[in-house]
Design a protein around this ligand. Sequence first.
Ligand SMILES: NC(=O)c1ccc[n+]([C@@H]2O[C@H](COP(=O)([O-])OP(=O)(O)OC[C@H]3O[C@@H](n4cnc5c(N)ncnc54)[C@H](O)[C@@H]3O)[C@@H](O)[C@H]2O)c1
Length: 321
Amino acid sequence: MGSHLTDSLLKSGYHVIGVDNLSHGSLENLKDARSNANFEFHQQDVCDLDGLRKISAGVSMIAHLAAFKIPRYGKAIDTLLINAQGSHSVLQLAVELKAKFMLASTSDVYGKNPKIPFSEEDDSVIGPSTVARWSYAASKMFDEHLALAYADAYGIPVSIVRIFGSYGPRQNLTWWGGPQSVFIGAILRGETIPIHGDGLQTRSFTFCSDTVAGLHAVLENGPSGEIFNIGSNEEISIVELAKLIHKLSGVKEELKLSFTPYNEISAGRKYEDVRRRVPDTSKAKRMLGFEAKVKVADGLKRTIEWQRALQEVELAPAGAR
Ligand SMILES: NC(=O)c1ccc[n+]([C@@H]2O[C@H](COP(=O)([O-])OP(=O)(O)OC[C@H]3O[C@@H](n4cnc5c(N)ncnc54)[C@H](O)[C@@H]3O)[C@@H](O)[C@H]2O)c1
């Protein structure tokens, strides 16, 4: 998301300072940006406030996207500490710079709330602390509270975006990047698609260009103290997603699915999933004129093309690359 937002801001004429410690990011995604004189990049940890101070003179707006996600296979301690400490140090920086601050939060904060669609004032219904996957939602809820408390205590403008399952070119190719990358990779290699649970859980996947249009609108025009759902309201189950990717890929081999019970994910640790996830997007439409435009089938086609091209480069003999 950070590289796409960078491109969008550069296109609008901003000077952009990109900060990423490259724990999960890739410089390849910033190839276009790095050839633009209005862009600078710093490999830098957002938890290091002194390091941030040295590179941010004159900054007027901060989009804080650096974070760790659901620890499906990784450690909850990273998600909790990086998200809490990173947000704290970036908020301190925003106060010093008197800069506008936008926090990238997540639809996961609605958790298991059965009321569909989720609107920004709805309750967060998360599971017990013994289930490590909730550490992501807990860390982002803490970040949201901290950002709003900073706005209250120090008067800086703060906006929050809750992103719904964003995907597209440049996504991480492991589970970190979401099911699209894993499913597309498996289908293109003729492998079995791994489905977690029964696959009937639904999501509202949002193509990266739509997500970034929403983030850009909130950064420029989001009133302080407001939270916005940024997502598409086209709902699809995980099994339907696998079938659609298979169809769009044009791969001749039959679709192969394997179902992994939740208690076997995460090295035997307890896991809980969200059954349905659909945003109420009326607030972003009403206050910002933002609405997702790209249909899942179109976004997936573009993502499959991108991933296929990457895979062809990987499979090409070294001399041909
Ligand atoms: N993509 C989605 O579907 C989605 C959904 C909900 C919320 N979000 C939120 O949006 C933001 C961006 O998500 P993304 O999908 O682009 O994730 P991503 O993992 O691709 O990008 C996050 C970036 O943060 C960097 N990072 C991590 N820890 C850092 C640290 N301590 N210092 C500096 N950089 C660090 C990583 O290297 C990575 O490039 C995140 O805050 C995420 O929680 C994304």
